[in-house]
Design a binder for this molecule. Structure first.
Ligand code: FE2
Ligand code: FE2
Length: 305
């Protein structure tokens, strides 16, 4: 049987994360949720080096992503999408809307998003039964992928999915396919290419602009619609694709105390986000009433998107 945590070229999984993943193996034989050893294509998780059906697409995806995600681009997108003038709908309606979206940047996932959302949420629920906010975070963390749909501007994949990273300061070497940043104009701009760039020491991640995608969009939606989710939930939503932070431990010089507290929860969450991409099926109708009750607790009935 393949032991996925030992893969030498697994991108972005550092020592701390590996230890967490070792504990995670216990899950495989405990309860209904089976921790998969491989992803939908039979490969180990987040393995960008292996030759697979998705592989050439993934590398090209990151080339286009890295050359386009500039400080100015991110500012423009945040400005545009914080208007939230595209649609009014509930959280559950958005889960259903997302059903047809497939994330091309993800080497592990080849199934409708709603399955991934519920797999993540249910796996967390089993292990952290009292943290209902974390179950709901599992359900909603990827809803921002609606940006791919025509009614949300039909953004290209590179502006919606994939790993995220700060803009406005130097791109860290640990970011996947870092070499392609040489095609990004910010790479040569002295205002943006130093360790701190436009930021200052321990300024707090809240003040840092992240490459634009579904993470930051969903964070904006939750915040602007006055969700009562705790700050750890908003942190998870905003930074769950920030692998240079939560897996490689970079960019700590920009974090404040609250960020460090919230990062602990992101580490918990991330194991489930990664491992729950499996062929384990979830009975949607059976679990729906529980998630509707959580949505009612933490969100208004209709949200602006
Ligand atoms: Fe995501
Ligand atoms: Fe996810």
């Amino acid at each position: 049987m393949t032991i996925l945590i030992e893969q030498p070229h697994q991108i972005g999984i550092e020592a701390e994360e590996k230890n967490a993943l070792i504990d995670e193996k216990e899950l495989a034989w405990d309860g209904d949720f089976l921790v998969p050893q491989t992803n939908s294509f039979g490969h180990t998780f987040r393995d960008y080096e292996v030759e697979g059906e998705r592989q050439p697409g993934v590398e090209n995806f990151y080339r286009i992503n890295h050359l386009n995600q500039t400080f100015d681009f991110v500012k423009k997108m945040r400005q545009e999408y914080s208007k939230l003038n595209r649609m009014e709908m509930s959280i559950w309606e958005c889960c259903e809307l997302l059903n047809d979206v497939v994330d091309e940047s993800d080497p592990d996932l080849d199934e409708p998003q709603i399955e991934h959302l519920l797999q993540t949420a249910e796996a967390i629920r089993r292990d952290y039964p009292n943290e209902d906010w974390l179950h709901l975070t599992g359900l909603i963390h990827d809803l921002g992928k609606v940006l791919l749909l025509p009614s949300f501007g039909g953004l290209p994949q590179w502006a919606v999915v994939g790993d995220t990273y700060p803009v406005g300061c130097a791109f860290n070497d640990s970011i996947v396919h870092h070499k392609y940043f040489k095609e990004n104009p910010d790479y040569y701009n002295p205002a943006y290419n130093t360790k701190y760039g436009v930021y200052s020491k321990r300024c707090g991640l809240e003040n840092v602009l992240m490459s634009w995608g579904h993470d930051d969009y969903m964070y904006l939606v939750a915040k602007e619609n006055h969700s009562t989710l705790p700050s750890a939930a908003l942190f998870i939503i905003r930074y769950h694709s920030f692998y240079a932070l939560h897996s490689s431990g970079e960019y700590r010089h920009l974090m404040n105390e609250e960020d460090f507290e919230n990062l602990k929860w992101l580490h918990v969450f991330n194991k489930y986000d990664l491992y729950s991409k499996s062929k384990v099926r979830v009975d949607v109708e059976k679990v729906k009433p529980y998630y509707l009750s959580l949505i009612k607790k933490y969100f208004p009935a209709k949200l602006k998107w």
